[in-house]
Design a protein around this ligand. Sequence first.
Ligand SMILES: [Zn+2]
Ligand SMILES: [Zn+2]
Length: 356
Amino acid sequence: MPTADNCAGDTFESAKLTKQEASFAARAEQAIVWPNVFKFTLFHCLALYALTWVPTASWEMLLFSASLWWWSGLGITAGAHRLWSHKSFKAHFPLRVFLMLLNSMAFQGDIFEWARDHRTHHKGSETDADPHNATRGFWYSHCGWIFYRKHRDVYVAGKKIDVRDLVNDPVVMWQQQYYFPSVFLMCYGVPTLGGYFLGSAWHGFWLGGMFRHVWVLHMTWCVNSFAHLFGDRPYDPKINPAENLFVSICAIGEGWHNYHHRYPHDYAASELGIGSGTWNPTKLFIDVCVILGLAYDRRRSHYYKVKHIYGTDDAKHQTKQQQEVGKAPFVTEAKTAQQTQEPSQQSAGETSSFER
Ligand SMILES: [Zn+2]
Ligand SMILES: [Zn+2]
């Protein structure tokens, strides 16, 4: 049986299988990861039980727990996604530490693993090399993918992803080394402590910890399912990812997915922001961080610059002078596209916070 390491290239050609047959054969070999089935079933049972604590919770407790949805969500959206996966802005050390801690609160796998898999997702979107390939259906893209071994094409693609920037970030490496202690502290300890100061540590643990963790998991998964299947596609009609307000509300601004897949290195992950009719609290958070001096070098798409800075819808109308202006402080799409194609010198490891 082919292994993940020997399946690069056209292993199946000798067996005279069509590409589609080979794809289905490889899918059939994806064994179920029973530890994940057990863990995530347990998480969901505990989250359902946590709801029994709602009737006796104070308004302050409910608001505190709901606020952790946003805070832990930012650890994914502003942190693992826009900062570490796409390098769409730069952050000084204190902000990177803060976002790393929020990321541990979200408990969705460490930053290194999350960013590597997300880069793989963008590179092979809607193919077998996509970890949560939406062409395999809603439930596979939402959470089903977690219960299966990765498709061989995902392994192969993951090894080609350039992760040197992640390896060279001590904050990312520290989190990977101390991931579970950091999760224990941030995902469960902080909510319990907050609950204690609001009158009931147990309410904080169950609502701000157990329930909020599973809730934010689903909010993130909505990006992979809903936003890859439902919505408008004004920026690139030829791709699956779509503009979806529901997902943007769920995932604090990550639902403008047609724009994001078309311009993945744009820090806003949408054309517009709050105040212009686009619900995107993560963009607002990054903008505030820039004002506070914690972040810098926000990158915007070529499309955005031509339309909003130069005042024309047509990139062809951009003059040479405008192109020069556009070089700083942003990076052009052409350059960012080139950067994403660079092969890795240090291939991605196979370590995983959740076994896969
Ligand atoms: Zn996507
Ligand atoms: Zn992305």
